[in-house]
Ligand binder design. Sequence first.
Ligand code: PAZ
Length: 312
Amino acid sequence: MDSAAFHEIDSFFESAPPLKDSAKITDKLNQFIQFDSPSGEVKGRRVVCVTSGGTTVPLEQRCVRYIDNFSSGNRGAASTEYFIKAGYKVIFLYRRGTCQPYCRSLPEDPLLECFELADDFNFQVRESHSEAVKGAIRDHHAAVADGLLLKLPFATIFEYLQIIASAMRTLGPHAMFYLAAAVSDFYVPWKSMVEHKIQSASGPLDMRLMQVPKMLSVLRTEWTPKAFCISFKLETDSKILLEKAIMALKKYKMHAVVANELLTRKEVVTVVTDNGNISVHRDKTWAGSDVEDPLIELLVNRHSTHIKDPST
Ligand code: PAZ
């Protein structure tokens, strides 16, 4: 990376609003990494940082309006469940309000739809949702109690990149980064952002957005050179998808780039690597299947190879 790129990254962090609860987040990360499960099995486990959901770009410091990035968080939540099943500790860095691990089979408003009043004082789970609710509570509690799941929320691009920079510094060579979040490409620097709500009486809005500095190179080469890094590439135009993914693989020296199209992202993804591309499909013979199941299996195997020989 050239010095101009470092300078851009430094000025992004210097001009960002301070991360609320920064010390608490660092403490949580440290405790999570060092935690041994009651059964004593966790020590030396692999760790993955799964990012999920879209980052926002505030347009005002006292933010009323913002630009958003599409991502329901389903990919990140599903992948987290499969990583935990494969024995990983997962730092789930998610956009507030998006899909959560173990809650994918619950309805959109679980509190109101899964529960009913038994009488004036008590409530109970509706029979129709009892298996889904029991499963979600059991699996989620087990993952947290065993020290396998840490959830950290973000909303803005500033929070996302600041938390990721702290997570990087906590993790060692057995770590994986699985960067499924949809991250803003453009932003308004905090110092040039108006404080109060933009007024419509002033006529059409004319606004200049800066490019968010690309952090993937610095992640690979400076922050965690030994970690296994997977980034994602989303496009709506199938004609440019693979070309863009291959470009990202080479430019940012990723170990793999998962390429997906908006409309088919739940059915098929292409894992782009230096040794060729692999299409991963959802198993259509089973209604409850998802593409994250075979995808995580493939990436866990690749991570094992990387741990044995980090130069691969
Ligand atoms: O969150 P979701 O399940 O609705 O979608 C997942 C996804 C399409 C956001 C993800 O697979 C992805 O491609 N993330 C990177 C997006 C990007 O290119 O910025």
